[in-house]
Design a protein around this ligand. Sequence first.
Ligand SMILES: CC(C)(COP(=O)(O)OP(=O)(O)OC[C@H]1O[C@@H](n2cnc3c(N)ncnc32)[C@H](O)[C@@H]1OP(=O)(O)O)[C@@H](O)C(=O)NCCC(=O)NCCS
Length: 216
Amino acid sequence: MGHHRSCKNGLWKPIGVTISYLAVPFNVSFRARSFFVPNSRKMTTIRRFCCNDLLRFTSVNLDHLTETFNMSFYMTYLARWPDYFHVAEGPGNRIMGYIMGKVEGQGESWHGHVTAVTVSPEYRRQQLAKKLMNLLEDISDKIDKAYFVDLFVRASNTPAIKMYEKLGYVIYRRVLRYYSGEEDGLDMRKALSRDVEKKSIIPLKRPVTPDELEYD
Ligand SMILES: CC(C)(COP(=O)(O)OP(=O)(O)OC[C@H]1O[C@@H](n2cnc3c(N)ncnc32)[C@H](O)[C@@H]1OP(=O)(O)O)[C@@H](O)C(=O)NCCC(=O)NCCS
């Protein structure tokens, strides 16, 4: 796994030319990247998600369990919570997966939120989602001093639920017909170090409806 690097590091500056990403044909920009990035031979690099990644992540999003949002949604996340948006790249700068999230809430409800995490089928079961999740949890815990991290998952998405449980998440509550008014969602939570008594993860005794949720 490569070290974290931001979009600013090492990719375009060495070329010494100011160019718009959109103006450059993809094959040219990729070649320039691998040539100028010293650690490009490493198997996987996790770095911050950039605007131009939005034009390259379609293959990952084809998965039916991966939500696709509109561009302004992604841009809002990039602008407001850049620390919570990371991509994993493999050889040839192929996008292997990504995680996007945010931090929100007040008082003891101050928490990190995983909005999307997905790994392309050919790269699954290599601990990649785990690493992306751990990264987001670390940022929530150590930088933002949040009390917990939460996420919503389809009640039928057994692989993802198993993964979250393996990572220490518990089902905090069921949200009735959360997905398109049809399928229930599970609101899963993991307490962070600031929640010493682990109060944030005590499960609710009854399911809730989407209009009872505190946040979007
Ligand atoms: C869920 C998903 C992100 C997991 O990604 P991944 O990189 O394969 O997961 P990891 O390799 O980090 O898995 C870590 C652990 O989670 C558990 N796990 C992951 N996938 C699992 C599966 N299909 N079945 C059972 N357990 C699973 C395992 O315990 C695994 O550890 P192990 O491989 O040592 O047994 C991936 O399957 C995916 O992108 N699914 C489609 C999108 C999606 O459902 N996203 C979540 C929406 S809420």
